[in-house]
Design a protein around this ligand. Structure first.
Ligand code: NDP
Length: 251
């Protein structure tokens, strides 16, 4: 990809899954990458797996004080920021009537408030510098309803609308887009889905399989690159065709 070499990149939730694959991809592109994650052990592990990282920061994106402290640390590590991959998120599978207020708040705190806190800090930093790119993590769950994910779906729909508003206000110096994956096989999925559920998911995907974290990281790299410099305020679905048929896709 053009224009990623030496770019300063922050990836939240980068200790595992899609975030870790994205950290590896940006390192391959010659970027300077810092991973932020609430999993201390995961931060240590990824630093060993990807020795080229410029650093790791242990922080919870849903906690404003921790995000403020993380950006002070980031300043020491990168002295500015060109690309934010705002990826950290959690999922909750529960029937709508059983979702407690605590469940609801936790999902919103991480997936929407966390995205907001981190994006706001990043935008200020990019605005003081040469501008940049913010890529927020959505989901196909932001775009179509699904059983048992009401809080998750609402949080991700919020990310899409937040991102469009940010794109309008932050242009032309900062581009903002959203990546909306479908089923991507990560720890998050393996923890929630039985093998039978995974096979059912595969059956819903026209391309006949779940996606891989590498495939999502390639989309992040493209959207952050100069090849995408006329693209802002959009969401990009990467789902093997799962939601292409609208209602017809629901099996
Ligand atoms: P994983 O659970 O594999 O990785 C997420 C990472 O983020 C973990 O290291 C996790 O730490 C960390 N994290 C969780 N909460 C916080 C927090 N409050 N602050 C900082 N770090 C945190 O997830 P995936 O890679 O599967 O998903 C990444 C993103 O992609 C999420 O936003 C998810 O909603 C989205 N997505 C994923 C899809 C999929 O099919 N996998 C599909 C569509 C969207 P810990 O392990 O300690 O919780």
């Amino acid at each position: 990809m053009r224009g990623l070499k030496e770019k300063r990149v922050l990836i939240t939730g980068g200790a595992t899954g899609i975030g870790a694959a994205t950290a590896a991809r940006f390192l391959e592109e010659g970027s300077r990458v810092v991973v932020l994650d609430c999993d201390d052990e995961g931060c240590r592990r990824i630093k060993k797996e990807l020795p080229g990282l410029a650093g790791t920061i242990c922080a919870d994106v849903s906690n404003k004080e921790e995000v403020d402290r993380a950006f002070q640390e980031l300043d020491g590590l990168l002295k500015g920021l060109n690309v934010l991959i705002n990826n950290a998120g959690i999922s909750l599978r529960k029937p709508f009537v059983d979702i407690t207020l605590d469940d609801w708040c936790r999902v919103m705190d991480v997936n929407l408030k966390g995205v907001f806190y981190v994006a706001q800090q990043a935008a200020r930093l990019m605005d003081e510098g040469e501008g940049g790119v913010i890529l927020n993590m959505g989901s196909t769950n932001a775009l179509v309803g699904s059983h048992y994910y009401a809080s998750y779906n609402a949080s991700k729909a919020g990310v899409v609308e937040l991102s469009r508003s940010m794109a309008l206000e932050l242009a032309p110096k900062i581009r903002v887009n959203v990546v909306c994956p479908g089923f991507i096989l990560t720890v998050m999925q393996k923890a929630e889905y039985t093998p039978k559920m995974l096979r059912t998911c595969e059956g819903k995907v026209p391309l006949g399989r779940l996606g891989s974290p590498d495939e999502v990281s390639a989309l992040f790299a493209f959207l952050a690159s100069d090849d995408a410099k006329f693209i802002t305020g959009q969401y990009f679905v990467i789902d093997g065709g799962e939601i292409a048929g609208g209602l017809a896709s629901q099996k």
